[in-house]
Structure formats: structure tokens, C-alpha cells
Design a protein around this ligand. Structure first.
Ligand code: GAR
Length: 220
């Protein structure tokens, strides 16, 4: 699968002579990764992307407040408001579709997305995970790495697929585990690295496009 940076719509000239790629961010919690994306695009209009929408699966996700403060449209699609996972998933698709994204970023989104979402957006949805995949997938990547006793962990950006954190790897960056680390201290250091990595990856995907051949992801 291959994505050129500009294809489907007429360009709106900006600093780079091309319209920014539209990014939708999905969050469940505090949204510091989202904030990094917002700050980077505000600081550099030529970064290549613009966050056009933020969706949360819970109304109290602080990421929603960050989006509103930045003037970005928001949507809440809570699983408990739907009779089953498939209808919830379909509602997420509709909400994301309304923003017509070029790229969807899961940034601390703690729900697994199913077939309806993957069919529609799987070719353009990335997730960031606080461990070096394929080690320590799932919702407790930091605690699991710590419990295993690894000396190096880190951050991984992947394409989303039908498995749990099992999609093609876009980028990875290491973080050393220090004596005395607990889950909180280690996760905070990983998140510093994660924010920078995500900003870099989203910018490059927006500006340069990407290709996925088997499991190998190439940017540019
Ligand atoms: C990040 O560390 C992200 O990798 C993780 O949640 C945190 C969100 O931080 N996501 C997962 O663990 C998904 N399996 P934030 O709310 O401060 O942006």
C-alpha cells in the first residue's frame, strides 16, 4: 500500500505550496501527545499537517479540553452509549469520516478498534505505544516491561491492524530503564521521547507520504 502526500483534493497553497494533511487524533486520557502535535503545527505552519478533529471515547478525557483550547473540533463516542462493539465502531467511523482525514492518530486511545474502522481507515491509522514492540503489547506495556526486567524499552509508532499492537512498525526510539524506576517515572521518560517521535513521524508522513510493503514501512 502506498500513499503519496497529495492526491485526492486540490491543493490549498500554504507555506509549502500544498494544503496541510488533515489529521484526526483519538484520545482516552490526558492528551499530552495530542498537545505535542498541536504545539508543533502551531509553531511551524510548514510542518505539513493540521489537527482538524479530536475524538474521545469518554467525555472526561482531558484531551478534549486541550483540543477546544486550540480551537479544534471534538467528538465523543462512548462505548456505553451503544448496544454492542460493532455499532460503537460504526459510530466512530462516521464521526471520523466527518473530518475527512488523511491520517488518523491513536494517541493514548485505550479501546481496540474493530473491522468497520479498520476497513475504512486501516490504511491511514497509526498508534503510539510505550514499549518496543513486538515486546510488551497491550494496555500495560510500561508495567510489563518493568516487571520483565528489561534494561532498554522505548516508544513505537505502528499502523493499526486487527491484532493488539501488531501492525507494521513505522518508527521506534529507545529509552533506558534506570535503577529505581517505577511505572510512573519510566512512563514519563518514555512519553518525552514519544511526543518528539510522534511529531516527527506525523510530519514526515504528511509531507512525504509512505509505503507499506509486507511489514516494511518506508517514509518518503
Ligand atoms: C502514551 O504513553 C501512549 O503510548 C499510551 O498512553 C499514553 C497516553 O499519554 N497508549 C497506550 O498505552 C496504548 N496501548 P497522553 O494521554 O499523555 O497523551
Amino acid at each position: 500500500m502506498s500513499h503519496a502526500p497529495s492526491t485526492d483534493e486540490a491543493p490549498e497553497p500554504g507555506a509549502s505550496g500544498r494544503r496541510p494533511r488533515k489529521v484526526v487524533v483519538l484520545v482516552s486520557g490526558s492528551g499530552t501527545l495530542l498537545q505535542a502535535l498541536l504545539d508543533a503545527s502551531a509553531a511551524d505552519p510548514a510542518c505539513g499537517y493540521s489537527v482538524v478533529g479530536v475524538l474521545a471515547d469518554r467525555a472526561d478525557a482531558y484531551g478534549l479540553a486541550r483540543a477546544r483550547a486550540a480551537g479544534v473540533a471534538t467528538a465523543v463516542v462512548a462505548l456505553r452509549d451503544f448496544p454492542d462493539r460493532t455499532t460503537w465502531d460504526e459510530a466512530v467511523v462516521r464521526a471520523v469520516e466527518a473530518f475527512a482525514p488523511d491520517l488518523v492518530v491513536l494517541a493514548g486511545f485505550m479501546k481496540i478498534l474493530g473491522a468497520p474502522f479498520l476497513t475504512r481507515f486501516g490504511d491511514r491509522t497509526i498508534n503510539t505505544h510505550p514499549a518496543l514492540l513486538p515486546s510488551f503489547p497491550g494496555a500495560h506495556g510500561v508495567a510489563d516491561a518493568l516487571a520483565y526486567g528489561v534494561k532498554i524499552t522505548g516508544s513505537t509508532v505502528i499502523f493499526v491492524d486487527e491484532g493488539t499492537d501488531s501492525g507494521p512498525i513505522v518508527a521506534q526510539r529507545p529509552v533506558l530503564v534506570e535503577d529505581g524506576d517505577d511505572e510512573e517515572t519510566l512512563h514519563e521518560r518514555i512519553k518525552v521521547v514519544e511526543r518528539a517521535l510522534l511529531v516527527e513521524v506525523v510530519g514526515r508522513m504528511a509531507r512525504e507520504g509512505w509505503t507499506v510493503t509486507d511489514r516494511k514501512v518506508t517514509l518518503g
